[in-house]
Design a protein around this ligand. Structure first.
Ligand SMILES: *Cc1c(COP(=O)(O)O)cnc(C)c1O
Length: 461
């Protein structure tokens, strides 16, 4: 064995101790670590003939790169929809490469990782109050989840026209309807051959980001004879608006369409008794996207996609490795190889399994309700202040606002973020720029909300 590898293997216990110490140091400091780094200069590394070994590599990294990490997993990173990493999630993720399983088959391959993945999907369905009619798997994020769900939807839509899209290619008679699709849905439609320009826009309700049901029904009537996929939102990214999923699902009795629900983070409303009505009716969807590296506080990269078991044949047609006869009949010999885009894949369910077992329903209910409380407190403060105004109601865990002196908003955000205490991102609502904060980290508390960064930043303008 090569010397560097041999020494590392002999010292594995020591190396893991060093990594543990380094991890604990970082996590203990995370509240003080800046949320942004202005000076991002690093000396480019050179690849040498002989490697340094892991201990020296860790020291080198800690010396010059670790200090440029931002506390995106900390309590005051409110930009995008980021989330953090709970201890149980970290434990599961740490162990994933220890086992390094190639998660595929539930039979005959000698490991149980696929069985654990199926079990994790069942546990997630229990957390979210979904029936066991769904079947699912782990993918890298909500983008791939939307992609996978829409791919099965495409196969269903083709079948309505007597076409097998997976074998014969795209059919122009398939139509995708959407009101406020996330950018990743549009990207998925490009990747799937629909063409992102071909989305048929459904009207929003006035002043809302949710589907106007009257307009939807008109479109479904007009499109009879075509084959329709409808993208619904359970939590739009800006104003966290929810489509009326119960009403949409009852339209399925009158019209044929594939109902996909992008519930990337909004789906976690189901953890709370007070908010679960927002997703009522999603159990009748054909497919659902859930992100795990956002509100579930799992590390990147993790999401699940759920498809009704009744569509299993279509799912297999979409993802089957049909030129690998050793896989046998995919219906009898279950393998993830035939149920989602990737072939070889990591044991991605493990951090989720650990988190679900470690915190249970009460743990996730607390995370969700605590974040909603934080958003409401922050929203009340802004609404009451003389300098700021809300640009959307605080429906769940996201707050959108701007300065009363609108034109100063961009400069304010820039100065604010450069201070490195709290991080927020810009968005556009009704054609105008505003600031958007999303509360999805389990560490965030009222202490973080009370921080006087807004006032301090105003003084600097
Ligand atoms: C974040 C998000 C996505 C995309 O998720 P990734 O994990 O970044 O791929 C899709 N839909 C919604 C509603 C989101 O919030």
């Amino acid at each position: 064995m090569n010397d560097a590898l041999k020494t590392d293997l002999d010292d594995i216990a020591l190396i893991l101790e060093e990594i543990k110490r380094s991890s604990v140091d970082y996590l203990n400091e995370i509240n003080e670590i800046p949320t942004t780094r202005i000076d991002q200069q690093v000396e480019p590394a050179t690849l040498h003939e002989a490697g340094l070994g892991t201990s020296k590599t860790l020291a080198l990294f800690n010396d010059n790169r670790r200090k440029l990490m931002v506390s995106s997993a900390g309590p005051r990173y409110w930009g995008f929809v980021v989330g953090g990493v709970t201890p149980a999630a970290l434990a599961g993720d740490w162990l994933t490469p220890v086992f390094d399983q190639n998660t595929q088959s539930t039979q005959g391959n000698g490991d149980i990782s696929a069985i654990v993945e199926l079990e994790t999907i069942r546990l997630m369905a229990q957390l979210l109050g979904l029936p066991d009619t769904f079947h699912g798997g782990f993918v890298t994020g909500a983008t791939m989840s939307n992609f996978s769900c829409l791919a099965v939807g495409r196969q269903w839509a083709g079948m309505q026209l007597g076409k097998d899209i997976a074998r014969d290619g795209m059919d122009k008679e398939i139509v995708v309807l959407a009101a406020t699709p996330h950018s990743s849905v549009i990207k998925s439609l490009s990747m799937l051959g629909f063409g992102s320009n071909n989305i048929v826009a459904v009207n929003n309700l006035s002043g809302r980001e949710a589907i106007d049901l009257y307009d939807l029904e008109q479109k479904l009537i007009d499109l009879q004879g075509r084959s329709v996929i409808l993208n619904c939102s359970a939590g739009t990214v800006n104003t966290v608006d929810f489509d009326d999923l119960a009403a949409i699902s009852s339209l399925k009795k009158k019209y044929k369409f594939w109902m996909h629900v992008d519930a990337a983070f909004g789906g976690f409303a189901a953890c709370s008794e007070h908010y679960k009505h927002l997703v009522s009716g999603w159990e009748f969807a054909d497919s659902i996207t859930i992100d795990c590296h956002k509100w579930m506080n799992l590390p990147y990269d993790s999401a699940v996609f759920l498809v009704q078991k009744a569509h299993q044949k279509l799912q297999v047609q979409t993802f089957q490795n049909s030129n690998a006869p050793y896989l046998g009949n995919p219906d009898e010999n279950f393998s993830y190889l035939n149920f989602l885009p990737e072939n070889s894949r990591r044991f991605r369910a493990l951090p989720a399994w650990f988190s679900l077992m470690a915190y249970g329903k009460a743990g996730f209910r607390w995370i969700v309700e605590n974040n909603i409380d934080c958003a409401q407190q922050f929203g009340r403060y802004l609404a009451d202040s003389a300098e700021f105004e809300l640009t959307a109601p605080v429906r769940l865990n996201v707050v959108c606002f701007r300065l009363n002196e609108k034109e100063k908003t961009a400069r304010f955000l820039d100065v604010y973020n450069k201070r490195g205490k709290v991080f927020m991102t810009a968005t556009v609502l009704n054609g105008e720029m505003c600031i958007r904060t999303a509360f999805v980290n389990y560490r965030t508390s009222d202490k973080d909300i009370a921080i006087r960064e807004l006032e301090e930043t105003l003084k600097l303008l």
